[in-house]
Design a protein around this ligand. Structure first.
Ligand code: UDP
Ligand code: MG
Length: 328
């Protein structure tokens, strides 16, 4: 069996040699054949130079390089497209995903699982990050048709048919956690102790995480629109009840004029609710705009790997992955 390892790298110069060495140690004793496909996500440090060196030294190593930073989702997509394996493992370059777990994943895959997910503990994470992550997953699962689990990241093994299923989803706004859950197939999860990043720095600051979170929920499905509808209906219902209450109290106690504060509060609150709902709708319109442009997900600058063409989703011609065309 050929196992492909897809590794998105963004400014990982400091850790790539360590990563490769540790992977190499591990693969030396592994029973299967491996290939490693690094995807340089437009790094601005020496990442690409390191990748070229590694590819020269090790025949199992191939790489792709983007013309600029397109984000981890795009890098994973490029990797999944370029990988030739019967099973594909996506892992981070920063050694937070221990290569020692590979054998276990392949073993579970052999037992018939199409997706093998590694679930990390949150030890070593800050309290704030742990708490926000918890909250996020609770919220997200309320807004999504599929369930995603806290601690299950992108470190997972996918069978060939699972990868093909993921690649058949051509949306531009990609939220892999959701997509992987959406395709289904028999899956299994196993836990591992979180490792702290030893070299380089995390590419996710708070604003990127918030962006990622909002993006995930909104681009994955239309549940937030449903929530807006429910909120609107609740407000209408309470307005009707309030009106009835006023009518009854006028009939019972006669007219009384005070109510300025109530009026103002209600007006302001309703205006706010409207704005939020328009914004939610606007987000969707924006996303539709984004999708209909059908831009490629990334632009390749250099490839030391055969690249699969962008699959044709609809009747419209799709620009090839490598062609730096300016599509609008
Ligand atoms: N990454 C990427 N493009 C980006 C940001 C990150 O390819 O725009 C890669 C990065 O090189 C690493 C993985 O995604 O291999 C996870 O990133 P990081 O370790 O910074 O995230 P964290 O583990 O802190 O969530
Ligand atoms: Mg990391």
């Amino acid at each position: 069996m050929l196992i492909s390892i897809v590794v998105p790298c963004y400014n990982e110069q400091a850790v790539l040699e360590h990563f490769h060495a540790r992977l190499d140690d591990h693969l030396a004793t592994a029973p299967d054949t491996y290939e490693v496909l690094f995807v340089d996500d437009g790094s601005t440090d020496g990442t690409l130079a390191v990748l070229r060196r590694l590819a020269e030294r090790d025949v199992r190593v191939r790489y792709l390089s983007f013309s600029r930073n397109f984000g981890k989702e795009a890098a994973m997509l490029a990797g999944l497209r370029g990988a030739a394996g019967d099973a594909i493992v996506v892992m981070d370059a920063d050694l937070q995903h221990p290569p020692e777990l590979l054998v276990r994943m392949v073993e579970l895959h052999r037992q018939g699982y199409d997706q093998v997910l590694a679930k990390r503990t949150r030890s070593g994470d800050g309290l704030l990050r742990t708490a926000t992550a918890r909250l996020y997953y609770r919220l997200v699962n309320r807004f999504m048709d599929v369930e995603i689990v806290d601690g299950v990241g992108d470190f997972r093994l996918l069978s060939r048919r699972a990868v093909d299923a993921v690649l058949s989803l051509t949306e531009s706004n990609r939220f892999s956690k959701g997509l992987f859950a959406w395709i289904g197939f028999p899956s299994t999860t196993f836990g591992y102790e979180n490792a702290i990043r030893k070299h380089g720095t995390s590419k996710w600051d708070l604003s990127r995480l918030v962006d990622y979170g909002v993006n995930g929920v909104i681009s994955f499905n239309t549940r937030p629109l449903r929530t807006a509808l429910h909120l609107g209906l609740t407000l209408v219902l309470s307005a009707v009840l309030y009106a009835l209450w006023i009518i009854v109290s006028v009939l019972v106690r006669g007219v009384d004029t005070p109510g300025y504060a109530t009026l103002l509060t209600v007006t302001t609150a309703l205006a706010g609710v409207h704005m939020v709902m328009i914004a939610v709708v606007g987000e969707y319109v924006g996303r539709i705009f984004h999708e209909v442009k059908r831009r490629p997900h990334y632009v390749l600058a250099e490839a030391q790997a055969p690249t699969a063409p962008e699959p044709d989703a609809a009747t419209a011609p799709v620009p090839s992955v490598a062609a730096p065309t300016s599509t609008r």
